[in-house]
Design a protein around this ligand. Structure first.
Ligand SMILES: [Zn+2]
Length: 141
């Protein structure tokens, strides 16, 4: 059995069960289908059973989200590789080193390490460019 939501030309909707998708076409072509409300024979198939449609839509809308998350994860991985290759790890001394470099007390270079959100904020207030690294969030503090 297949459930169809039918709609007449006057926008009345009603559900009907058919033995097969052919059954609908056969009944319609032999004028055996009519609107339950107004009796017109101008009937069109509107939707399949709503539960089936809802499932399909859920599947569709989940897919791009997952792809986007994978994309983000890949970007983070790439960024991480780049940073770890081209920057010097200074660990807990990050804030001191960043200041030293900024004020010319240490050689100019890119560094990365650990700091608190508060320190990162005051660094950027001093005009020192800091960027939070997405793989060090929360756990490191
Ligand atoms: Zn009708």
């Amino acid at each position: 059995m297949i459930k169809y939501t039918l709609r007449c030309k006057n926008y009345h909707q009603f559900d009907s069960w058919f033995a097969s998708s052919d059954a609908f076409d056969k009944l319609k072509s032999s004028d055996l289908l009519s609107c339950e409300v107004c009796g017109t024979k101008s009937i069109t198939k509107s939707l399949m059973a709503p539960s089936v449609k809802a499932k399909d839509e859920a599947k569709k809308s989940n897919r791009p989200l997952r792809q986007q998350k994978e994309k983000e994860a890949n970007l983070i991985q790439e960024l991480r590789k780049k940073v770890e290759k081209s920057c010097e790890y200074v660990g807990e001394k990050f804030a001191d080193e960043a200041r030293s470099i900024h004020y010319g007390d240490a050689p100019e270079r890119s560094i990365y390490g650990k700091t608190t959100l508060q320190t990162a904020k005051s660094l950027s207030e001093e005009g020192i460019p800091v960027m939070p690294l997405p793989w060090y969030d929360r756990k490191s503090n």
